[in-house]
Design a protein around this ligand. Structure first.
Ligand code: HAM
Length: 424
């Protein structure tokens, strides 16, 4: 491809809605992921990695033809062979596809899977909302039992506590099932017909296409009318009601605090029975840091003859990191070696290699100027600086400076690691 001179002058930037994650912030991302892995493994979850690119039909049928995600937000394109492929907007449908494709139902027990990685939705970018964003999620597939719901939700709270998130609220609801929901939706449609003309444009459309989504409306003027609409919790069937009651009882028994929100319907079509979200006050308009729920009919929607009831959640990692960023300390440099002269650079290289083998973080400055090296060590926030100059090489003892106190001492190479081991 030819590039004209004028085109070459235009600086290339990251695509709108995508961003680079840079240090030191990446340390917070790694912290969150490390804690999540530990918590998931304690609950016997194991990692699954599915492709980012999937057959478009997977999301059309899994997430739902009428959802915002499928109608407006997917990155879908025709592959060179004419196949329609999509960058995954979420991972639950992918995990279920993999579960069916690899006959994971034949493995013993409930299949407990976790994942972390990028998702893609072409939404209007704003604080906390990106077109490439990251989720950490789990799916527990193979049981309808409310015991699994309670364990999954308990794990959410454990994870957020362990990661250091404070002041979050867990919202809980049941959206019923294929037996009770249609009658409720019919009732909703009737009631909506009476008030729809007073509602926002989106709600007027949803009143026709997807009445449940009206309950999710955030337009302030619409709220009084929507609050008056019938509650799904008054219309749960003989299976869904006790299921929801058991989930609540088990959560209370475990000391998990939650608030019931009958209007929590979620934006994906696969949900049935339990749904939940975690919201955090500091996040502003995009305040959901996690969403999840039960999806017992998803396997059948994807063409499976074998039922595969499941429940799971996804954490919006970008949003979680945003709430934690100021509070997590990033790992610092243990030692800066100021090598003064060619011979010193060679010696410093060996010293650095040996200390790095002992897992100390070491940087070698080969600038040759003591003052500049000390300034750089300071800016890098190194705990110690080691000066390796001609005198030190001749004596076989090096000057180690503790940067915070300014204390200096002369040490033999084998004594250095011992000093670094000290906490401060
Ligand atoms: P979701 O509610 O669409 O659910 O997304 C879960 C979380 O991902 C949201 O609460 C939010 O924190 C984050 N998120 C969503 N879109 C964006 C965006 N554009 N920018 C930044 N963060 C975003 C699901 O995706 C389901 N798969 C959850 C699930 C798993 N249900 C059952 N299993």
């Amino acid at each position: 491809m030819q590039t004209s001179d004028s085109a070459r002058e235009i600086l290339i930037r990251a695509v709108k809605g995508t961003r680079d994650l840079l240090p030191p912030s990446t340390a917070v991302w790694n912290h969150v992921e490390a804690v999540a892995r530990r918590v998931f493994e304690a609950y016997n979850y194991h990692e699954i990695r599915t492709p980012i690119l999937e057959d478009t039909q997977l999301f059309a049928r899994g997430v739902g033809q009428e959802t915002d995600i499928v109608t407006k937000e997917m990155y879908t394109f025709e592959d060179r062979d004419g196949a329609s492929v999509t960058l995954r907007p979420e991972a639950t449908a992918s995990v279920m596809r993999a579960y069916i494709e690899h006959r994971l139902d034949q493995r013993p027990g409930v299949q407990k899977l976790y994942y972390m990685g990028p998702m893609f939705r072409r939404e209007r970018p704003q604080k906390g909302r990106y077109r490439q964003f990251y989720q950490i999620g789990v799916e527990a597939i193979g049981s309808e039992s409310p015991v699994v719901d309670a364990e999954v939700i308990e794990m959410v709270v454990e994870l957020f506590s362990r990661v250091g998130l404070e002041n979050f609220t867990l919202l809980l609801n049941s959206v019923g099932c294929q037996n009770c929901r249609p009658a409720y939706i019919e009732l909703l449609r009737e009631e909506l017909a009476k008030v729809a003309p007073t509602l926002c444009e989106d709600c007027q459309r949803r009143a026709q296409t997807n009445p449940l989504r009206v309950l999710d409306c955030k337009v302030p003027e619409d709220q009084p009318a929507i609050d008056q609409l019938p509650s799904i919790l008054d219309h749960l069937c003989e299976i869904c009601r006790p299921h929801f009651e058991t989930v609540q009882r088990l959560l209370k028994h475990r000391g998990v605090q939650f608030e019931i929100r009958p209007r929590l319907v979620r934006g994906l079509d696969y949900y049935m029975r339990t749904t939940f979200e975690v919201v955090h006050g500091a996040l502003g308009a995009q305040n959901a840091v996690l969403g999840g729920g039960r999806y017992d009919g998803l396997a059948e929607a994807l063409g499976s003859k074998i039922p595969a009831p499941g429940i799971g959640f996804s954490i919006g990692e970008d949003r979680l990191v945003m709430t934690l960023e100021d509070r997590i300390s990033v790992p610092s440099l243990d030692l800066f070696i100021a090598a003064l002269g060619d011979a010193a650079v060679e010696r410093a290289g060996l010293l650095a290699r040996d200390l790095r083998r002992g897992s100390y973080s070491v940087e070698v400055g080969f600038d040759g100027k003591l003052k500049r090296s000390m300034e750089l060590a300071n800016k890098l926030g190194s705990r110690y600086t080691l000066i390796v100059g001609e005198d030190e090489l001749a004596r076989g003892r090096y000057t180690l400076k503790h940067m915070a106190s300014g204390i200096q001492e002369q040490l033999a190479p084998e004594e250095i690691a011992q000093r670094l081991r000290a906490k401060e």
